[in-house]
Design a protein around this ligand. Structure first.
Ligand code: ZN
Length: 251
């Protein structure tokens, strides 16, 4: 691991802004366009195994999809298969067949059930661990940590027949105790969102439905995370960048 980019998607599909206030649903045609652009520009999408081996070519990308939405299975998987692109999906062991109730703003999105997980595995995707029930792990009690790390990993292994190797913190949220729990449970890598701390909190770049061709391309720049941090500290720069590069329209 080193120079690889790690992109974080959530669901694939088309939803209204009212239904999807966090812009988590990337329309399938946008996903197709983004992946084609990566392939055309010589990027190599990685399996988790290739990512963990760490001997990837310089333009390599790990595509990750969080939460395990049924809409990802229905509308994202066909695009990945069409383009023969590997991806890693992070599912919630305690919410298989359930709904996105941890988000009061969008509580009703169905999540894949056990059979859906098997279909993802059979399609060649890496199905990995996103915890038990989307609890915040930073500052939590030991029971919540055990349920969301050790128990979640065991349940997923029983379902897939494989030991999970990668963890994605719910909300990207972690602290020293959470990172230690994930390492002790045998995971080989864990992903955060913005805050990176070594191998057990590797940051990712989030892709949403308001990304344009230009912002998507910028998000693959090596300097993008640093630019993002900088603009976060300078609101004027951030709003200036936004008005310059625009955002994709929502319906
Ligand atoms: Zn999540």
């Amino acid at each position: 691991m080193g120079s690889e980019r790690v992109l974080m998607y959530h669901a694939v599909g088309t939803r209204s802004a009212a239904h999807d206030p966090h812009n988590l649903f990337v329309p399938p045609e946008s996903l197709r366009g983004q992946l084609r652009a990566l392939l055309d520009r010589g990027w190599t999408p990685l399996t988790l195994d290739a990512y963990l081996r760490g001997d990837s070519p310089s333009r390599s990308v790990l595509l990750t999809f969080d939460d395990g939405y049924q809409a990802f299975l229905d509308e994202g998987l066909p695009v990945l298969r069409e383009l023969d692109v590997p991806a890693t999906v992070f599912v919630l062991s305690g919410l298989l067949g359930g709904r996105s109730g941890w988000m009061p703003e969008m509580p009703d999105e169905p999540l894949v059930d056990a059979d859906g997980v098997r279909r993802l595995v059979a399609a060649g995707l890496d199905v990995e661990c996103h915890g038990w029930d989307h609890s915040h792990l930073a500052g939590t009690d030991p029971e919540t940590l055990t349920r969301n790390v050790t128990d979640a990993a065991r349940a997923l292994a029983e379902l897939t027949g494989r030991t999970p190797r990668a963890y994605a913190y719910p909300y990207g949220d972690h602290d020293a105790a959470a990172r230690r729990a994930v390492a002790e449970a045998g995971f080989e890598v864990a992903f955060s969102v913005h805050e990176g701390v070594g191998r057990f909190a590797v940051p990712r770049v989030d892709i949403t439905s308001i990304d344009t061709d230009l912002t998507f391309r910028m998000k693959t720049w090596r300097a993008y995370p640093a630019l993002r941090r900088l603009s976060g500290h300078a609101p004027a720069l951030r709003s200036g960048l936004h008005s310059m590069i625009g955002r994709a329209p929502r319906r």
